[in-house]
Design a protein around this ligand. Structure first.
Ligand SMILES: [Zn+2]
Length: 83
């Protein structure tokens, strides 16, 4: 029997610059990226389930916010293939 690949947030390739990924209660992800820019908006968080995104100066703030959003967000991830 051939095993079908199962798509989970830790198996799909992470986008360039992604340094952390939080799994939401609905199965979407909140991605944390380091955009490399100096200044107050270096760490970006972006939810793949809803339009939520934000930017932070400090990495630990971004982690906390990504974790908090992942615990609350119930938006389903958009399917990659639409029939
Ligand atoms: Zn969300």
């Amino acid at each position: 029997m051939i095993q079908q690949p199962v798509s989970t947030p830790w198996q799909v390739p992470w986008p360039e610059g992604t340094i952390a990924r939080y799994w939401t209660v609905a199965g979407a992800t909140v991605d944390l990226t380091d955009n490399g820019r100096a200044g107050s908006r270096r760490y970006d968080t972006k939810c793949t389930g809803c339009p939520h995104e934000d930017s932070f100066k400090f990495e630990d703030s971004a982690h906390r916010q990504a974790q908090a959003h992942a615990e609350r967000c119930r938006a389903l991830p958009r399917p990659e293939v639409t029939p």
